[in-house]
Design a protein around this ligand. Structure first.
Ligand SMILES: Nc1ncnc2c1ncn2[C@@H]1O[C@H](COP(=O)(O)OP(=O)(O)OP(=O)(O)O)[C@@H](O)[C@H]1O
Ligand SMILES: [Mg+2]
Length: 315
């Protein structure tokens, strides 16, 4: 006996075990010993918002990059993560030329701070890989590494915007399940609404508490967006018992199409035009709906990384 009180002995052993390990092992052992001691741990985490759609090409990346600029200007520490595994393009829409991407990060070839780029308009981007087949179908090891990196980012930012690929590929579904909010981007026509409903159904079956916000993009006649939303939410309520919330509509606007890749986003180059104004209104509504963008206190077993890992078990 060394005369140390039993509680102190456990702590001393825990500290010895921690110091013999690297940073990752220390994290794991820290959680294990904290669990054994029954000490509830919590930390502050960013709000995570996944931008998703059923049908492809509905305007997710346009919305995600615009929101990243607007939320940054609203004062939130914002990181946009290009989660369109394999076909990433947010760097082009934000006017940056990254040298490192999520692929290098997950392969352990760089740190997250080396991969993050600050775009000319302010928000930071974790660029995705484009045309990389391995990234289009990430392995379980990749997904776990991704969860760890996202968890790390969430611990030091206010908002994470996750720009997803279209549809319900496993990695896309997993990211939606782990996010705090899912912004579903659709167009007013029936094919896009049907696909949007398919996403709601798929996610609601896996997580009954998922929260959806709907943006109707490329609306020809003002007000059509809300009508389309009404149809979608009625079907979702009737068939899967999910209540959707309406975030707003964006006009079908030729200047969006004509905007060249590599230029700064429209919200920066032409902020007083109709579409950037509608985007600014959306960003404000998003902030109100989410209850602000200050980091929130979350229990350590309910943080972003933990949610990602838990949902992964049920995919
Ligand atoms: N409101 C709009 N008015 C006109 N064109 C738009 C509008 N929103 C997006 N677009 C155009 O639609 C195309 C698809 O947009 P975007 O790449 O943002 O879609 P996406 O949902 O991210 O596509 P993907 O599913 O391939 O990731 C782009 O050419 C974009 O310029
Ligand atoms: Mg996209």
């Amino acid at each position: 006996m060394d005369g140390t009180a039993p509680g102190r002995q456990t702590e001393t052993k825990a500290n010895a075990a921690r110091s013999a390990l690297g940073p990752r092992g220390r994290g794991l052992f820290g959680r294990l010993f904290d669990g054994l001691r029954g000490v509830p741990t919590s930390r502050r985490e960013a709000m995570t918002i996944a931008i998703a759609s059923g049908k492809g090409g509905t305007g997710k990346s346009f919305l995600a990059t615009s929101l990243a600029v607007l939320l940054h200007r609203q004062g939130a520490r914002t990181v946009l993560v290009d989660c369109d595994f394999g076909l990433a393009c947010d760097h082009l829409l934000l006017g940056v030329k990254p040298t490192l991407t999520l692929q290098n990060l997950l392969a352990g070839q760089c740190t997250i701070d080396q991969a993050l780029v600050t775009s000319p308009c302010g928000p930071r981007l974790l660029p995705g890989a484009s045309g990389v087949r391995r990234m289009a179908n990430p392995s379980d090891k990749d997904l776990l590494a991704f969860a760890r990196e996202l968890g790390g980012l969430a611990g030091r930012e206010d908002v994470l915007l996750l720009d997803l690929g279209a549809g319900i590929a496993p990695a896309t579904v997993l990211t939606m399940l782990a996010a705090d909010w899912i912004v579903l981007v659709t167009q007013p026509e029936i094919a896009a609404l049907v696909d949007a409903y398919a996403v709601v159904k798929c996610i609601a079956q896996l997580n009954a508490r998922a929260r959806f916000l709907v943006v109707v993009n490329r609306v020809g006649t003002p007000g059509r967006g809300e009508l389309a939303f009404q149809r979608l939410t009625e079907v979702a309520k009737a068939h899967v018992g999910v209540e959707l919330r309406y975030l707003g509509e964006l006009p079908d606007d030729d200047s969006v199409m004509q905007h060249r890749l590599g230029q700064l986003p429209l919200v920066a180059t032409d902020p007083s035009a109709a579409t950037p104004q509608a985007l600014a209104a959306l960003a404000k509504t998003l902030e109100l709906t989410c209850g602000g963008f200050s980091p929130r206190e979350v229990a350590s077993d309910q943080g972003l990384e933990a949610r990602f890992r838990q949902h992964r078990l049920f995919l």
